[in-house]
Design a protein around this ligand. Structure first.
Ligand SMILES: *[C@@H]1O[C@H](CO)[C@@H](O)[C@H](O)[C@H]1NC(C)=O
Ligand SMILES: *[C@@H]1O[C@H](CO)[C@@H](O)[C@H](O)[C@H]1NC(C)=O
Ligand SMILES: *[C@@H]1O[C@H](CO)[C@@H](O)[C@H](O)[C@H]1NC(C)=O
Length: 165
């Protein structure tokens, strides 16, 4: 697989329109609000983050999910570990660990995300790909990504399909 093919595949998996709402009420900033503080859209993290730690002088962070989170976008799979770590500064997340994308038959780690104007550049080490920031205005849901009925899980979706059949 050439780097060019990798980029093509990577660029396909995120070309979707986002339509699910996210909500979280808290006194402190949610992790999604923190992302926005650093000029990133919320959609680079899935819904359901339990908590996070951030050293706001170094930018080192850990994000905690309730278990591993996987979902598919088109025919591509994304996998978030239950702990995501990295270093965030304005418009740049580096040393990223815990997020993988399946490109063809390979699981590649997304190691860096850079915001350049209205584009996000995702780097998997051997290559990178740009996507419009507008693709990331909403967070995907673990299990069903953006292909969820009522913004719930795939079980709900199956039930709905069965009951409406
Ligand atoms: C942030 O990291 C620096 C360098 O490791 C450390 O000195 C500082 O105490 C940390 N701040 C917080 C709030 O943890
Ligand atoms: C960093 O965090 C500390 C403690 O949480 C807070 O008092 C301080 O205002 C923050 N600094 C910045 C630049 O946000
Ligand atoms: C975490 O996931 C488990 C299993 O899906 C669920 O029972 C539990 O309520 C979840 N915890 C939180 C805090 O969301």
């Amino acid at each position: 697989m050439s780097p060019k093919e990798t980029l093509l595949c990577l660029s396909l998996f995120l070309l979707v329109s986002f339509s699910t709402p996210s909500a979280s009420v808290n006194d402190e900033l949610t992790v999604y609000q923190v992302l926005e503080e650093y000029d990133f859209p919320v959609g680079i993290l899935p819904k359901g983050v339990l908590g996070y730690e951030l050293n706001n002088s170094t930018g080192k962070f850990s994000v905690y999910l309730n278990g591993t989170c996987t979902f598919s976008i088109d025919s591509y799979k994304l996998k978030y570990k239950s702990t995501i770590t990295g270093v965030i500064t304005d418009d740049k997340i580096s040393s990223l660990s815990g997020i993988k994308v399946k490109v063809l038959f390979l699981w590649l780690s997304i190691v860096k995300v850079i915001r350049d104007d209205d584009e996000l550049e995702f780097s998997v080490g051997i290559g990178s790909a740009d996507f419009p920031v507008s693709n990331f205005v909403e967070s995907p849901t673990c299990g069903c990504g953006f292909d969820c009925v009522n913004g719930k899980g795939s079980k709900i979706k199956i039930n709905n399909l069965v009951s409406s059949a």
